[in-house]
Ligand binder design. Structure first.
Ligand code: KG4
Ligand code: ZN
Length: 359
């Protein structure tokens, strides 16, 4: 199957404009980005309220809602950017990882539009795309760069020795950071998504009130994460307290749990930055919105590696959005990496794994 590469006459003047689509989990999003860094529109329809009633994302409901929303969101994104489909240079879509039924809505829509408008199609790895949210904020990134991507589905430490060359240093062996926040919040009777709830509750509590375990993964797994032991420890602690008819101050519990999780993320990120002589450190993904993670990482970097700057996107670009999908597509466009029209979604792509595939 041929790829959807642009005809030579499309490589015209002016900044490239790419429409990005995102539907990997519970946000339906479309955005137009010019030149890889200027957001012309960024429209997001969140399903959080719908899934909150169930305490987590219900995959079939997510897919059906994407199906209802996606054309309306694309229309709004094009209107706000003042462009028609045919004035775009390419279409980019998040093709994995994520919920496969949800991904398929974005992938099918992108393929149909690319075919109808004769636009090149670019498949983007959703986890890598979180990193590219930092390219939309005007930060002067320097290399080698170490990035921590912590989201609802993934926790990865990445090394970029040079722009757009991504290697994975480590990742989660079980629960992702955001998933752990959500599950602990659920056990505490807080709403979904749990991360923001725990973040604000923790601000009123003591981080040293309860000591929770931190996983040690040995030398080989020194840049991997494991949060299932921490999650079980918090849930067991809650059960134990309830059996005894006792209850911790919820703010202390939230702060102590958050400190254990964020502490592990920070420790490994700083160690990776030191080992790879990072010139800057990036934070991305939904958990990058966490106030304690931002503060502790800044503080520890300053102490261990003074002069190495830390960048993170504003909260709206930390959680799922399509501007990051469009931004991540630019280097692929420049390198001539386009997807075929038989592109499929892939539930389990890891960072660095190619997306321009059918499998
Ligand atoms: O990146 P994202 O929007 O979706 C995925 O790609 O998974 O991340 C969503 C995750 C959720 O688990 C949510 O609880 C978490 O990010 N999150 C936070 C905060 N804001 C969102 N976790 C901790 N603190 C926050 N302030
Ligand atoms: Zn995400």
């Amino acid at each position: 199957m041929k790829t959807t590469a642009p005809p030579p006459d499309r490589a015209g003047s002016g900044p490239l404009c790419i429409l990005g689509l995102e539907s990997s989990c519970d946000e339906t999003a479309a955005a137009v980005v010019a030149g890889g860094e200027r957001i012309m529109s960024n429209v997001i329809s969140s399903q959080v309220q719908i899934h909150a009633a169930y305490g987590g994302v219900v995959p079939e409901i997510a897919s059906r809602r994407h199906l209802e929303q996606i054309n309306l969101i694309i229309e709004q994104a094009l209107d706000q950017a003042g462009l028609t489909l045919r004035e775009l240079d390419a279409l980019a879509v998040s093709s994995g990882p994520g919920l496969v039924g949800a991904l398929l809505v974005g992938v099918s829509t992108a393929k149909a539009l690319a075919y109808a408008a004769r636009l090149p199609l670019i498949a983007v790895n959703h986890v890598e795309a979180h990193l590219y949210a930092n390219y939309l904020t005007g930060a002067g990134l320097r290399y080698p760069l170490v990035a921590l991507i912590a989201s609802g589905g993934h926790s990865s430490l990445l090394l970029l020795p040079e722009p757009d060359v991504i290697t994975a240093l480590g990742q989660t062996r079980d629960d992702a950071a955001g998933e752990t926040f959500d599950k602990v919040a659920r056990a505490m009777g807080l709403g979904y998504p749990g991360g923001p709830q725990i973040d604000s509750l923790a601000a009123q509590g003591s981080a040293t009130a309860i000591e929770f375990p931190r996983a040690s993964l040995g030398e080989e797994g020194r840049f991997d994460f494991s949060f299932s032991g921490l999650k079980s420890a918090v849930i067991n602690h809650l059960h134990h307290q309830r059996r005894k008819g006792e209850a911790d101050n919820p703010a202390d519990l939230a702060a102590s749990f958050q400190e254990a999780l964020v502490g592990a993320l920070v420790e490994k990120t700083v160690a990776a930055a030191a080992e790879h002589s990072a010139a800057c450190v990036l934070l991305a993904g939904g958990v990058a919105a966490n106030s304690r993670l931002r503060a502790l990482l800044r503080q520890e970097l300053l102490q261990a590696l003074p002069g190495v700057p830390l960048y993170y996107p504003p909260p709206a670009l930390c959680t799922d959005n399509a501007a990051m999908i469009a931004a991540a597509a630019f280097p692929l466009y420049r390198r001539g990496i386009f997807a075929p029209l038989n592109l499929n979604a892939s539930a389990s792509l890891v960072p660095g794994e190619t997306t321009q595939i059918n499998r």
